[in-house]
Design a protein around this ligand. Structure first.
Ligand SMILES: C[S@@+](CC[C@H](N)C(=O)[O-])C[C@H]1O[C@@H](n2cnc3c(N)ncnc32)[C@H](O)[C@@H]1O
Length: 193
């Protein structure tokens, strides 16, 4: 992975408006993708450094801003799978990974369908697609044993979109799962199964 180039790419993506305006690149405009806010990337990177995972799953790729931060924290044995249902965006982000030699694969399709096709277990999951689907995505991950005791669960937007995340948040409380919410602009849940 070209770390210096990944950092430059992050700097470029961070310059785009995060809310309300379109991302554009040479292929045109992709619309509003609501990526992580600028306070969150460094936390994602730090958690990956501390956790030293081998397999990461991200749900909600967009243009790969959060994935690039996660990748910066990864050691050379780690691989990131990430899911995006917008075909053009997914293809573009895979090209970005390939150009930067980020060890990652964009799975293009609806998250629940893609999760159904995954195998093995993941050490770290980052939820950042449809907020109202976080709980059912977690249920499926549990049902398929894609997560295990010790898997680190991260989820964005648990403060600014807490109503949509309510069922998901309730799961952590109801089951006594060790977790906290970092008071970022959007609210980042950090929990460990
Ligand atoms: C909040 S953005 C992800 C931002 C990205 N994690 C970042 O910070 O750079 C959510 C992305 O998930 C995709 N998405 C939303 N619902 C989805 C679903 N049910 N299945 C797959 N992708 C989905 C959207 O197309 C969008 O690109």
């Amino acid at each position: 992975m070209h770390r210096t180039e990944v950092i430059s790419e992050i700097e470029l993506l961070e310059k785009f408006s995060k809310q309300g305006e379109s991302y554009t690149n040479s292929s045109g405009s992709y619309g509003w993708r609501n990526p992580i806010r600028s306070d969150t990337g460094i936390i994602l990177q730090s958690l990956v450094i501390a956790e030293d995972p081998v397999r990461i799953l991200e749900i909600g790729t967009a243009h790969g801003l959060s994935a690039l931060y996660l990748a910066l924290g990864m050691n050379e044995n780690c691989f990131i799978d990430t899911i995006e249902f917008d075909h053009d965006v997914g293809v573009d982000t895979q090209e970005r990974f390939d150009r930067l030699e980020v060890p990652g694969k964009v799975h293009i399709g609806e998250a629940l369908d893609m999760i159904n096709k995954l195998e093995g277990t993941y050490d770290l999951i980052f939820f950042d697609a449809q907020k109202s689907h976080y709980k059912r995505q977690l249920d499926l991950l549990l049902e398929k044993n894609l997560v295990k005791k010790g898997t680190l669960l991260l989820a964005d937007n648990v403060i600014d979109r807490s109503e949509e995340c309510a069922e998901f948040l309730h799961y952590f409380l109801e089951n006594g799962i060790n977790h906290t919410i970092i008071q970022t602009e959007c609210g980042l849940l950090v929990g460990k199964l």
